[in-house]
Design a protein around this ligand. Structure first.
Ligand SMILES: [Zn+2]
Length: 119
């Protein structure tokens, strides 16, 4: 192989790498978007199931087990979207504990996540 050919092929290879890198970044961006969407859908699904169970259960306010502790409302801002609503109803919307009950406590991960959503 002559030196010139070799350099040409190296440069060609470099261009291919750059092109692949670009495609890779597009894919990663797509995956990130889908993951976020999936996360939101899972949360909403979880929330809807919980609601459905509530509706199917007969109301027995005298039973302490059916009296979940009061959910503390948090003012997150004007943009009250589904996630903020789910948060206010007592569930985590952060990546760390998402879908689980906040047990009445505020979560910094959730609040930071929500403030990013509303920005
Ligand atoms: Zn959280």
């Amino acid at each position: 192989m002559k030196e010139g050919n070799f350099l040409d092929r190296v440069m060609e290879f470099e261009q291919q790498l750059e092109s692949m890198h670009e495609q890779f970044r597009e894919l990663i961006g797509f995956v990130a978007k889908m993951t976020e969407e999936n996360h939101s859908l899972q949360l909403e699904n979880h929330h809807l199931r919980a609601r459905l169970e509530e509706l199917n259960e007969p109301k027995q306010s005298s039973d302490p087990k059916r009296n979940p502790e009061k959910v503390k409302k948090v003012d997150i801002g004007e943009g009250v979207d589904n996630l903020a609503r789910i948060y206010n109803e007592g569930y985590h919307v952060c990546n760390v504990h998402y879908g689980s009950s906040r047990k009445g406590e505020d979560c910094l991960f959730c609040l930071s996540f929500l403030s990013k959503q509303n920005a």
